[in-house]
Design a protein around this ligand. Structure first.
Ligand SMILES: Nc1ncnc2c1ncn2[C@@H]1O[C@H](COP(=O)(O)OP(=O)(O)OP(=O)(O)O)[C@@H](O)[C@H]1O
Ligand SMILES: [Mg+2]
Length: 268
């Protein structure tokens, strides 16, 4: 696990720790949550021409929660992400983050896609510090350290593996200190081992920083292994909603998780 500790200079630095502690309960998590923002979706409708994609979707995500959304292809999951980040506006209904209505692109909401979308003509460090905010080099290097790639900061994206590129993309969103992190099938293109490593990394960073996390995935096993709560989208609404209270760190073989997976698959 990674912990934030105050250095002698007063700046926060990251120290690598191996893994989440056994018996990490929700109350432990609550103590650590700092950056997360509450997300509220009220009666969201969205149509493209005559095609109604969202039809009165309601969802409230408490600050710092790790939510997974599953649903069939084409049900409107990516469309929903675009509304949350403020790239599109609903036909009807309201999105609010931290109590404020979303009316344009949100600075505190970050989106991570299946492909890393790095700029090939910029080094890894420059990609991570792409926003060029004051002190960006130090912050970018710290974020690369968080994802275990500080030693690759001067490389070009082209020489990295797919999993490494995705870690760079994760570092780039972390630099922005998200209040809400949206992940749209971020691990779908990775092999099983790399995906499992990315799960561990994401869980550690979420646990440390406490940003509200919304993970879209087709993989129900991934959803129950990582999330506090899983919702199913169907016909433009949330049709199934279940809390996952299994303690962390979770074992994939846990019988409770398998039972939850079966229930969710029946709801999809
Ligand atoms: N800009 C657009 N113009 C017209 N139709 C669109 C547009 N964007 C999305 N759609 C339609 O909205 C529906 C939902 O698309 P969306 O990409 O949100 O699905 P999804 O749940 O993310 O699917 P997948 O799991 O395959 O990624 C689809 O029928 C799609 O064709
Ligand atoms: Mg999609």
């Amino acid at each position: 696990m990674l912990q934030r500790v105050q250095s002698v200079h007063g700046a926060f630095v990251s120290q690598p720790v191996d893994r989440l502690e056994a018996g990490s309960t929700r109350s432990h998590l609550d103590e650590r949550r700092r950056k997360g923002e509450r997300l509220v979706l009220e009666d969201l409708h969205l149509s493209f021409g005559t095609r109604q994609v969202l039809r009165g979707l309601n969802l409230e995500v408490p600050a710092g929660q790790f939510l997974a959304i599953v649903g069939r292809s084409g049900v409107g999951k990516s469309t929903l992400m675009r509304l949350i980040v403020g790239l599109d506006r609903p036909t009807k209904g309201r999105v609010s983050i931290g109590g404020a209505a979303v009316e344009g692109v949100q600075r505190t909401v970050k989106l991570l896609f299946q492909d890393a979308r790095l700029l090939p003509w910029q080094t890894v460090l420059s990609n991570v510090g792409i926003a060029r905010t004051p002190g960006w080099r130090d912050k970018a290097l710290e974020a690369l350290r968080d994802v275990g790639l500080a030693d690759r900061s001067n490389d070009w994206p082209a020489v990295l593996s797919g999993g490494q590129r995705q870690r760079v993309a994760l570092a780039r969103v972390l630099v922005g200190e998200p209040g809400v992190l949206l992940l749209d099938e971020p691990f779908g293109a990775l092999d099983a081992l790399t995906r499992s490593e990315m799960h561990g990394l994401l869980e550690k960073l979420w646990f440390r920083d406490g940003f509200t996390t919304v993970l879209i995935t087709h993989d129900v096993a991934e959803a129950v292994a990582l999330a506090d709560r899983v919702v199913v989208m169907n016909e433009g609404r949330v049709t199934f909603d279940v809390d996952i209270t299994v303690e962390r760190p979770r074992r994939r073989s846990d019988v409770q998780l398998s039972a939850l997976q079966d229930r969710i698959l029946q709801g999809v």
